[in-house]
Design a protein around this ligand. Sequence first.
Ligand code: B12
Length: 241
Amino acid sequence: MTNCEKILEAVPDLVDPVGFEAHPFKIGWYNEAVAHSCFKLPYPADTLAFIVISTPRMFDKAFKPFISRTDCTGPQDAIDTCMTYHFDLVKQRFPQCSIEAIHDFELLPNRRPKILVQTAGHVAGAVRFYQRADLANDPWDQSKKIYGVCIHPKYGGWFALRGVLVFKDVLCPQLKKKLCEDLLPSDEQKRDLLEKYNDHWQDWSFRDVLPVEDRYSEEQKTYFATPPGERQELVRKIKNS
Ligand code: B12
């Protein structure tokens, strides 16, 4: 087995028990997809990277144990601190590799996101990223901003794209690109999804546009529906339970 093959096998297995998925992609696939050059990542096209997704299980398997044993009174959101901790654990398992972890919440000096996790998820084939350009007939006024949204084949919209791990010195020319199938083949389905995500995201309905294997518990929904600045009480409750 080559070094690359070992990493391709090990990373998904490492994160699965704590409710994450890790899907490999080549930096070149990501850099070809992003339209603006400010988002391109400064690595050779064959460089190996993984998109890391939190599934509905992450809340019980990673987050609750994490806050039970950690003092989460710092300025960073407890979820973000927990994600940083789990990305660091992966990095520690590969001491011979130089790994850059880029989180969904990190910004460039120009205040744009450091990584477009939806594009990374799409090129890795983990999820399908739906944007208005995917509709054969765009029904919206051109002045209306329509944000794109990803759908996961098993979890619909009940997941989050947490960031990427770039194995800076590992090249994997043999990795084959495999996109997630189009889960919402008609224009009507795509329109329905984009309207739910853009205009009604608070009612969670965009997450249920497909039958799903698992979704967030009521406790997890309450947590994510609470503004980050008001989550301390919920964190305290979980710590004491
Ligand atoms: C800033 C931000 C917001 C902003 C602006 C949204 C936006 N999309 O611009 C605001 C505050 C409005 C927002 C709101 C929400 N957000 Co938000 N947000 C982000 C964040 C941090 C960055 C998005 C961004 O600025 N993108 C920049 C623009 C320019 O990128 P883009 O539109 O994708 O354009 C690129 C692609 O089109 C690409 N491209 C071009 N052609 C092609 C072709 C192909 C095939 C591909 C693949 C790509 C591609 O090139 C373009 C760039 O050059 C991301 C996390 C992240 N780091 O990515 C989360 C994220 C998009 N948000 C998310 C969510 C869930 C939400 C909310 C529901 C609130 C919440 N957190 O629960 C709401 C819903 C939206 C709404 N109706 O308000 C999720 C979406 C998950 C999913 N299933 O897709 C993300 C990914 C966070 C996460 N960690 O999971 N968000």
